[in-house]
Design a protein around this ligand. Structure first.
Ligand code: C5P
Length: 201
């Protein structure tokens, strides 16, 4: 039997951390769908056509060192606006969700397009300032030479592009539970998410 948890929201709201912790708590598999778009975007920086890059994505592409860089994030959000790129990545995501034993998928359109029948849907948000502060800290810790203002500009540009695109825009599913993590510690956000899932199991 499959049990799917869809976790969507804007960049750096805490989706990744919450998704990993929820998956670990319940013993479910986890797919960070942003990685698929990042790996596709990264290949286009090397000159590959976006649709071709998405269609021929290989496991090794998902392990590249610089997938978390702001340049790759921007490239990801550009290719993510192309319907044929999204179509090329759809089957893999649905098959992942349908595997037995439970799955957590995080992204932008999991609850609306990829898994509209998901048993649990969360839409994770945080204020722009909180998101930029968290992502800036994360990037600096990884050795990136980037200012808070540059991080804020990257997040806002991506959110604007992700929300405005015609295909699978960033928006909460009608039946999603909203989780604003602005005033929460990571531990509280994780606990709250686990509680919401537990209530639906
Ligand atoms: O989640 P992450 O920040 O790694 O995603 C990178 C980019 O990939 C996003 O800005 C968005 O444009 C795109 N994306 C998407 N749909 C998803 C996941 C990510 O469009 N399900």
């Amino acid at each position: 039997m499959s049990f799917t948890i869809a976790i969507d929201g804007p960049a750096a709201a805490g989706k990744g951390t919450i998704s990993r912790a929820v998956a670990e708590h319940f013993g479910f598999a986890h797919l960070d769908t942003g990685l698929l778009y990042r790996a596709t975007g990264r290949r286009t920086l090397g000159g590959t056509d976006p649709v071709e890059a998405a269609r021929t994505l290989a496991a090794a592409d998902l392990e590249a060192d610089d997938l978390r860089s702001p340049e790759v994030a921007q490239a990801a959000s550009r290719v993510a606006a192309l319907p044929d790129v999204r179509q090329a990545l759809l089957d893999f995501q649905r098959a992942f969700a349908a595997r037995g034993g439970g799955a957590v998928l995080d992204g932008r359109d999991i609850g609306t397009v990829i898994c509209p029948e998901a048993e649990v849907k969360l839409f994770v948000t945080a204020s722009d300032e909180v998101r930029a502060r968290r992502r800036h800290k994360e990037l600096v810790e990884k050795g990136h030479d980037i200012t808070y203002d540059e991080v804020m500009a990257d997040l806002r540009a991506r959110d604007a592009r992700d929300s405005a695109r015609a295909t699978a825009p960033l928006k909460p599913a009608e039946d999603a539970t909203q989780l604003d993590t602005s005033e929460m510690t990571i531990a509280t956000a994780i606990e709250t998410a686990i509680g919401i899932v537990q209530a639906r199991l």
